[in-house]
Design a protein around this ligand. Structure first.
Ligand code: GLP
Length: 264
């Protein structure tokens, strides 16, 4: 795992956005795996700015989001489809027909999960997958006890996740307790995975993901199995890691090597 520790959340967003910009410059027809939550919002703002300045285009991009609430259609303000449209898609030159979010309003959600998997395969697989992380180590809506090889499916949300996300719903609004989420196996199939985490409330989950055992108890620990994963953390999210200085040292050595090879 590549672990990059930066001073604050702004630096994390900048670093993460640059990884996506580099990917799009290398392959304009990239398949992007996208995420919701508050963490990626600043990264999306940077991508919007890069699109406006002509640094990148999304015209040939296909995207797949990690998850969606089951029971909400895309016009619901708390749906992840609505979030993606308002936080990113409406502001960039992407063709919305090429953007995919699991259908929260599907008549047959189980069949819709299989179809989502097929659509990812048909698009050629995900080139770069963005992830946030829940306080309990969830990725997408893969809650603790999720199978490490799981595929897109319906998942029940934990009480902790429902409470964490309650801040987005008004008191009279229905808050779903089920979701459709890419599985951990689906996420591990992405060619590159970029996980962003900021703030002290993520420090335990990061510690368990990086230095804990590979375990369904912490779904993000499955990333230990991925050959091309990068965790971009601010100092607060990294604060419980026991080997911070070593991770920083590795990064400096990586940078020196890349410079020497002319790849920096
Ligand atoms: C939700 C999403 C996850 C996200 C998590 C953390 O549960 N399903 O994909 O990573 O929230 O969100 P935040 O970035 O707001 O802390």
């Amino acid at each position: 795992m590549q672990i990059v520790i930066l001073q604050d959340s702004a630096a994390v967003a900048e670093y993460g956005a640059n990884l996506f910009i580099q990917q799009l410059q290398k392959k304009p027809a990239s398949v992007l795996g996208l995420a919701t939550g508050s963490t990626p919002v600043s990264l999306y703002q940077r991508l919007i700015a890069a699109n406006r300045s002509g640094e990148v285009s999304f015209k040939q991009v296909t995207s797949f989001n990690l998850d969606e609430y089951l029971g909400l259609d895309g016009s619901h303000k708390q749906s992840y489809r609505y979030f993606m449209n308002s936080q990113l898609f409406d502001a960039i030159d992407i063709d919305k027909a090429n953007t995919h979010v699991p259908p929260g309003d599907a008549d047959d959600p189980i069949e819709a999960c299989d179809r989502y998997e097929q659509q990812i395969v048909k698009a050629g697989g995900i080139d770069i997958q963005l992830l946030g992380i829940g306080r309990n180590g969830h990725i997408g809506f893969n809650e603790p006890s999720s199978g490490l090889m799981s595929r897109t499916r319906v998942k029940t949300l934990t009480k902790a996740t429902i409470e964490d996300n309650a801040r987005f719903f008004s008191s009279d609004e229905y808050q779903p307790h089920l979701s459709i989420t890419m599985g951990i196996g689906t996420i591990l199939d992405a060619k590159k995975v970029v996980l962003l985490a900021t703030g002290e409330n993520k420090a335990d989950a990061i510690k368990a993901s990086v230095e804990g055992a590979l375990s369904a108890a912490c779904p993000a620990s499955a990333l230990q199995l991925h050959r091309n994963v990068i965790l971009v953390l601010d100092e607060a999210a990294a604060s419980k890691l026991s080997d911070i200085e070593f991770y920083k040292h590795i990064e400096l050595e990586n940078q020196k090597l890349m410079q020497r090879l002319g790849k920096a």
